[in-house]
Design a protein around this ligand. Structure first.
Ligand code: SAH
Length: 467
């Protein structure tokens, strides 16, 4: 096979990035936008020795799992990878991904998984689930203002058709229309990334699914937003508008937000709930983007934690304390650990507004905080060691550092609840914990990001010596 070859191939598998995989005389081709079961005509774009990448040219025969995309830009836009795959097939693909990783990388026996793996939690309505959107603002070739999304792996802005992304709330469109009108009328420029010139870089919109409160934040390459009263006239008419701010980012950087938020109208935050826990969310706060499935995910974590009210619980990689506060209501004491100081500020504040007094938070790297806590405890309590009843971890993609896992094992928790956004590193860590006195008891995947290839998983491990 060589570059520019055109071949017809049947798609027989799905790659980890959601792409179709087909074989031509034993040679593997990865084909973006091809769905398992399709027969497609493709053009080879890049040919390696044993495998290559091909572009979908024509669908010869449609798969039974193919559906038409709701968004006309689904293929170009970097936001969705598998919008053309039937949602039930998406769920099966994600569940299989978790299962295969646990088997191949975690050495978990298939028979055991058959017994303990619960069905994946999907969404009833897998669109319009995102409570947050960040639209880059730019101009098209003719110089017209556009708001959109980045194309996959590039910084080319694709205008969102009708400014309505089908993963976000319909309010986004109304807000973007008003902001673009204001920019046109007041001759406000869009930021040009290459020349590092122009004013408006991004528009951030957050929507409280429970409270229906709306936050708008304009990220600008400057200190002031000219004629902002004209903008406020338009935006404050939108029902639910609660917070309008701008954020200053004058750096030549891919990072969207700068550190300074300036109020324009209303509060500088919106309020929302996950379960019965209230959160105040400011433009810079981290907050889960799919509130419906977050509640499902944390519900599973809470169930697996099996709390009775007497437990000491650690929530490692706690972010703004979402899981900690969820657990605190059912535990005696919760300790949270998180590397980002601002997130811990938010966690403490959220504990306060919910009148939760049994949660304590530490700022620092888990791989430092946990071993230090353990060592200090031993010094202060000769002959004893620090213990926990339950440890919950929700690490970033790279999983837990070895020293975190080692300290967890030393603390001898009855149960470990592992929440993961990357089932490959989850499997690696499960393997290590199984070699160190723990057994995997339950697994449940949750679909937090329909139409994308990401999948979240919760695993329960408990001490081997008890059943
Ligand atoms: N459970 C949280 C989010 C977890 S995401 C929630 O639902 O809100 C993973 C978190 O780990 C992030 O907040 C990230 O800032 C933090 N983190 C990353 N590396 C870390 C480290 N080495 N030590 C502690 N926290 C870390």
């Amino acid at each position: 096979m060589k570059k520019n070859d055109v071949v017809t191939v049947e798609v027989t598998d799905i790659g980890i990035g959601g792409e179709g995989i087909g074989k031509v005389d034993g040679y593997t081709l990865f084909i973006k936008d091809a769905v398992i079961g399709d027969t497609v005509e493709v053009k080879v774009m890049k040919a390696k020795k044993n495998y290559g990448y091909a572009r979908l040219m024509r669908i010869v025969k449609e798969s039974a799992f193919r559906v038409s995309a709701r968004c006309p830009e689904a293929r170009r836009c970097g936001g969705c990878q598998i919008q053309e795959m039937d949602y039930r097939k998406q769920l099966e693909f994600k569940n299989t991904k978790v299962r295969n990783n646990l088997i191949r990388l975690g050495s978990v026996e298939e028979e055991l998984l058959d017994q303990i793996m619960e069905p994946i939690a999907g969404m009833e309505e897998p669109f319009r689930y995102r409570n947050k959107a960040q639209f880059p603002i730019g101009v098209d070739k003719e110089g017209n203002l556009i708001a959109g999304f980045y194309a996959g792996r590039t910084h080319q802005i694709i205008p969102v058709p009708n400014r309505d992304c089908v993963l976000g709330v319909p309010e986004n469109k109304v807000i973007l229309d008003q902001i673009l009108d204001y920019m046109r009328e007041e001759k406000i420029s869009a930021y040009d990334e290459e020349r590092h010139k122009g004013l408006v870089r991004h528009v951030l919109v957050r929507y409280g699914f429970t409270t229906k409160e709306i936050m708008v934040c304009l990220i600008i390459n400057g200190d002031k937003l000219p004629c902002s009263e004209k903008l406020l006239e338009k935006l404050t008419k939108i029902p639910g508008m609660t917070s309008i701010t701008y954020n200053i980012n004058k750096e030549k950087t891919n990072v969207i937000m700068g550190s300074k938020v300036c109020p324009l109208w209303g509060q500088t935050y919106i309020t929302d709930y996950i379960g019965n826990v209230k959160y105040q969310i400011s433009p810079l706060s981290f907050y889960q983007v799919n509130p419906v499935q977050t509640e499902v995910l944390y519900g599973t974590a809470l169930e697996y934690a099996g709390l009775t009210g007497k437990e000491t619980v650690w929530d490692v990689y706690c972010g703004i304390g979402t899981i900690s506060l969820f657990l605190a209501q059912k535990a005696q004491k919760v300790y949270g650990v998180e590397i980002v100081p601002q997130a811990i500020e938010d966690a403490k504040h959220n504990a306060e507004i919910n009148e939760i007094t049994n949660a304590e938070f530490f700022v620092g790297k888990a791989e430092e905080v946990l071993p230090e806590y353990y060592a200090d405890y031993a010094k202060e309590h000769p002959g004893e060691h620090a213990r926990a009843d339950v440890i919950v971890v929700d690490p970033p993609r790279k999983g837990c550092e070895r020293s975190v896992l080692d300290t967890m094992v030393q603390m001898e928790p009855e149960r470990i609840v592992y929440v993961s956004c990357d089932s490959a590193t989850l499997a690696r860590d499960v393997k290590y914990l199984r070699e160190n006195g723990y057994e995997i008891r339950k697994v449940k995947a949750t679909d937090m990001f329909p139409m994308s290839v990401h999948v979240e998983t919760v695993v329960l491990l408990s001490q081997l010596k008890q059943k």
